[in-house]
Design a protein around this ligand. Sequence first.
Ligand code: CP
Ligand code: NVA
Length: 310
Amino acid sequence: MIPAVSLRGRDFLDVGDLDPAELRSVLVHAHAIKAGRWAERPLEGRHVAMLFQKPSHRTRVSFEVGIARLGGTTTSLGEHDVQLGRRESIADAARVLDRYVDLIVARMRSHADLVQLAGAAKKPVINALTDRSHPCQILADLMTLEEACGPLGEQQIVYVGDGNNIATSLIEASALLGFRLTVISPPGYEPANQVLERAKAIGSGTSQVLVSNDVSALDGATAVYTDVWTSMGQEDQTAARRRVFAPYQVNQRLMDAAKGAVFLHCLPAHRGEEVTDEVIDGPRSIVFDQAGNRLYAQMALMAEIMGTEK
Ligand code: CP
Ligand code: NVA
């Protein structure tokens, strides 16, 4: 099976970099790979550099396995290796990588730095998480929701938590595909206005994103999604965030109010903070299928970016 749309040579810095047909195509392709209906090796003879300025489990392993399954090889570099912006400038590092590798996957502290890296590199760059967004995660989430709940257009996704990177990418996906999304955050932690404005601009005008501080705004929820209260790099704010976010914990009471909804979490989970054991280990939790789908979603993405002419 051949995807209808190619992203050949493109960067993937945000979900909103795609148009609706391109996003749909990646999802269709991801399902096909998982089902064993597409097993080509477009990365044969190609090498991928992965740069991590923050820790990673799922992203690093799922990319490494996916690259190997697509026929490629990879080098993963941690925080103390390249030391982007300190040991050498981001632009210099990009120019050097261009001469060694075919694709760059980067987890950067600052989204602006990722944009700079992508601007300086001729080779395609994939965002593996920044402070602004986590688009690869959302590809896997959409795939998981389609498997568990059917067409996205019939779903009402309720994200409860910090309006930062996961929320940004969910909002952009909602704008492109038109599914209903409620983002429930404590006052002061809502998604940035810029993110909501961009979503309006990239959507077809059918964006259905509601932002609320009311943790009971769960009407019609088919999925409840949460993320850590303290993201990587914010550890000095942990105590304050525990106080502010406490009423927004996804516990059994909240899931009882969201009757029938499945539960998602990008992981890692801080059990006892944003989610209780009862919920994450409960029958409605699909978090491990969600983590597993990172592999297929990213294989589809890389195949479309690195694929040969169709
Ligand atoms: N969800 C996710 O990106 O996990 P890691 O931080 O472990 O890569
Ligand atoms: N918001 C979290 C997501 C981790 C996958 C963080 O940035 O640490």
